[in-house]
Design a protein around this ligand. Sequence first.
Ligand code: LFR
Length: 485
Amino acid sequence: MNLNVLAFDFGASSGRAIVGKYKNGNLNLEEVHRFDNQILEKENTLFWNIDYLLENILIGIKKATDKYPIESLGIDTWGVDFGLLDKSGELLENSVHYRDSRTKGSLTYLKKIISKEELYQQTGNQLMEINTLFQLLTVKNERPDLFERIDKVLLMPDLLNYLLTGNMKTEQSIASTTQLTNPYTKDWNKELMDLFQLPASLFPDIVTEGNQLGKLKSSFGLPAIEVINVCEHDTASAVLSVPSNQNFLFISCGTWSLVGTELEEPIVTQKAQNYNLTNESGNNKTTRFLKNCTGLWIIQELKRNFREQGMDYSYDEITDMTEKKKAFRCLIDTDDPRFTSPGKMKEKIQAYAKETNQELPEEPGELFRCVYESLAFKYKYTTLEIIDAVGNEFDTLNIVGGGSQSALLCQMVADATGMRVCAGPVEATAIGNIIQQLMAHQVIDSVYEAREWIKKISNVTYYFPERKEAWENQFPKYQKLLDKE
Ligand code: LFR
């Protein structure tokens, strides 16, 4: 059996088109197109450039189909963001970026409408201002004219699918990032929409992963490829390809780090809420029980900020500089709100260090070390919360995604958590996207089979705790920083 599918994996910093070539039980990935994702800034608002994304999808399709016969394509992206369409199906404006400051303070919209406890019960989602619900309430309250003109809200991958096929649907995993779905039924929570006076008609029907959405519109002049709703939330696709069928903890590590586990049923207890853990929807109606943590974002931004000053460090150089610096000189809460917006990371880290009476990291290696160690501690802190909320012990921590190629980070995580770390696949999201398409084509029968297969065909590396004690001794210092907030 021989079959090629095309995966589009869009992240906050780049987008890729990857051909998954399945041949007699083997899978080869070939990146046929890659581009930097752009943030547009207009009148003090941060936008995604939808025309540019579409243009790059079409380039990706062209490159892939020029080279191979392609059976289908699937798109996954980050969560929560959306496009607003008018009655004629046209975009009302470019999609606003979740890092835009428009939702700052929007949790106050809840006050008279619903308690935080009730909202958690109803949605199972971690309270974050970036969630679709708060973005939409911001539009409704601050731009009522625009709100009036909205006919449909399409989440990012569904918007791109619509632009390709003309068909509007919402895929289940991406819907679960909105804070507008029911964590048990995984369907829209219409009661909640009523409560917030968001018309249910704004949201297209939910379909499950594997749905055949339609064919590429002929107007593009490209082969009429079938578009499949994969697990469109990048995290859902990444977790689909975790190479383990046991009860596992995962960190899907990219710009964000999603730290969690997979469950049969959501957990919406008081404890889970206190820990601000979220329930998102995964393949086969599973629940991804996790926390959204800042991931490599601060590292990426530091790297970019240095580059702007003429110091363009490669990741190998960064690792080298980091390893040479003293351990535990300064720790930060990588989720402190000051680190959310782009730019000035060195200054922000130093301000944090000053406020918390720590030694100021000055040199690049010291700054990177500070962030890597703080991330490893954040993962420990969060896994402890998850273990407590689930009431289970786990013996392996799977790190998938870009961060899994950093031996430095993976070793730190093993040391910090005291757990065996299984790192890889690096391309987890793209593989998850491809696997879903292969399941739709009945090449693979089940997620169980897929994970056993991924274990066999991908290169994973194991890391074992080596400096457990040193990290344990420092943990209280880190905890104190977080508990103060
Ligand atoms: C990761 C991710 C997270 C989501 C964040 C913002 O790429 O999808 O799951 O919370 O991006 O949408």
